[in-house]
Design a binder for this molecule. Structure first.
Ligand SMILES: [Zn+2]
Ligand SMILES: [Zn+2]
Length: 173
């Protein structure tokens, strides 16, 4: 089994490398960075200036090269899902795929100067979070656990880039 980290609509090499390294360290499997996929233009809502996340998941599933691969898309965009203003990421358990959105992980989004290190750390947390969902984990009540639900970027910054003992055990890590 591999976990393929797939840039979608532009790749930030620092982010891709950080996510790949972290996923390999936690899951002890190969996590190569893919060649990249274009963002699904048809899923862009110009009034919201956001893409619908499900289109990214569809594109990811269609790109699967090996049956056993788990796919993690890293979208350089702002994503939403029906009924939600925005999402940091979304998982598709049956499709064994997940996507994370970089737009709101960037310091620039909140009016600060760009900080590549902070962006990479946030991306790692959201990646581990969505991969946890791919394996069927629910949200965790422990605010330090990476499976804690992030309502805002403050929640993401507070939690650690690791699963708590209980979530680790459920994942068999
Ligand atoms: Zn979640
Ligand atoms: Zn937990």
């Amino acid at each position: 089994m591999r976990i393929v980290i797939e840039p979608m609509g532009g790749a930030d090499s620092g982010v891709m490398e950080a996510v790949s390294k972290a996923v390999e360290a936690v899951y002890k499997v190969k996590a190569p960075v893919g060649n990249g996929l274009p963002e699904p233009r048809h899923a862009y809502d110009s009034a919201r200036r956001q893409y619908q996340a499900s289109a990214f998941l569809r594109e990811l599933r269609a790109s699967r090269k090996e049956d056993g691969d788990i796919l993690l898309g890293v979208a350089d965009a702002d994503l939403y899902a029906p009924g939600l203003n925005f999402i940091f990421g979304e998982a598709d358990i049956f499709g064994r795929a997940a996507v994370i959105a970089l737009a709101r992980l960037r310091q620039e989004f909140y009016g600060y100067a760009a900080e590549p290190g902070i962006l990479a750390e946030r991306a790692v947390k959201e990646a581990l979070h969505e991969l946890g969902h791919v394996w069927g984990l629910d949200h965790c009540p422990d605010p330090n656990c990476v499976m804690f639900f992030s309502n805002s970027i403050l929640d993401t910054d507070r939690k650690r880039s690791a699963y708590c003992d209980k979530c680790s055990e459920t994942l068999g890590l």
